[in-house]
Design a protein around this ligand. Structure first.
Ligand code: F6P
Length: 319
């Protein structure tokens, strides 16, 4: 293999830059040329492709976001659009593509692979919602951002004896909310995987108040319920002032943690090894701290992320 491409797609995640850097430097070390594709699949379709060298990725390991830019590009679902994208890759002589992103990006990589164009998927999303890996690139950084936000909310909610409802990203995966609840010592966690019953939450809050609690922190994954309405309901029920905080895109930015930089660097270099080994159509994961790879088609069609019951139960034990 002589030429490969790399792109980032979907929601950005801290550590994507470290992954891009690793792909480029690992490939160049093996005599492979690397092309950066700007703005994800949109840029691939529009031929925003440039050759990169070692220096192109200097001073980016510490930066959040993605130097290549990212985009959501629903039109990539169209086969004709993908065919034009493959034509662009062929024009530059690019033989394989490393795609860094979440499940929408994996879907694009799967479809290209099915059309005979080999892709390697690297899991880059703060949501930690990709099958075939214990951790995604960006999750740890976002978790630390959320934990710090909870620490700050704890200060003010303690002073005012208030209840604080904190909405965390994650799309439909509760990992970020659960991990942040444990790390931040939150009293309650609400995740989509477990469903949500208002009565149960109110009963739990009552129990906490009966045991002497005068303030509380509730972390909740986005898309479960309207958090402002939930805060009103809790305030009416308990008589304790309650505030909702939606952390939003703050969770996606910032300098990646050491853990994310190392994960991204390992995965990026591993993707290049797979391509040198003649393996296309794979997605990379980390299982018990070992790098692994799966068939990307199988990953999307058949594999499911296991729910972390242990972490969920821990939030209840430590309540
Ligand atoms: O997938 C990452 C993520 O940040 C999700 O947690 C969130 O639901 C979504 O992207 C937000 O998307 P956008 O940046 O397009 O508003």
């Amino acid at each position: 293999i002589k030429k490969i491409g790399v792109l980032t797609s979907g929601g950005d995640a801290p550590g994507m830059n470290a992954a891009i850097r690793a792909v480029i430097r690992a490939a160049l070390a093996k005599g492979i040329e690397v092309y950066g594709i700007h703005d994800g699949y949109l840029g691939l379709h529009r031929d925003r492709i440039e050759k990169l060298d070692r220096r192109s990725v200097s001073d980016i390991i510490n930066r959040g976001g993605t130097m290549l830019g990212s985009a959501r590009f629903p039109a990539f679902k169209e086969e004709s659009v993908r065919r034009e994208a493959i034509a662009n890759l062929n024009k530059h002589g690019i033989e394989a593509l490393v795609v860094i992103g979440g499940d929408g990006s994996y879907m694009g990589a799967k479809k290209l692979t099915e059309m005979g164009y080999p892709c390697i998927g690297l899991p880059g999303t703060i949501d930690n919602d990709i099958a075939g890996t214990d951790f995604t690139i960006g999750f740890d950084t976002a978790l630390n951002v959320v934990m710090e936000a909870i620490d700050r909310l704890r200060d003010t909610s303690t002073s005012h004896k208030r209840i604080s409802v904190v909405e965390v990203m994650g799309r439909h995966c509760g990992d970020l909310a659960m991990a942040a609840a444990v790390a931040g010592g939150a009293e309650f966690v609400i995740v989509p995987e477990k469903g949500f019953k208002k009565e149960e939450l109110l009963a739990q809050i009552d129990e906490g108040i009966a045991s002497g609690k005068r303030h509380a922190i509730i972390t909740i994954c986005e898309h479960v319920t309207d958090v402002n309405a939930l805060a009103n309901l809790i305030e009416l029920h308990t008589g304790l002032e309650t505030r909702a905080t939606i952390l939003g895109h703050i969770q996606r930015g910032g300098s990646p943690t050491a853990r994310d930089r190392i994960l991204a660097s390992r995965m990026g270099a591993y993707a290049v090894d797979l391509l040198i080994d003649g393996q296309g159509g794979r997605c990379v994961g980390l299982l018990k701290n070992e790098l692994i790879h799966h068939d990307i088609i199988d990953c999307i069609e058949n594999m499911k992320r296991p729910f972390n019951e242990e972490l969920f139960n821990l939030t209840k034990t430590l309540f």
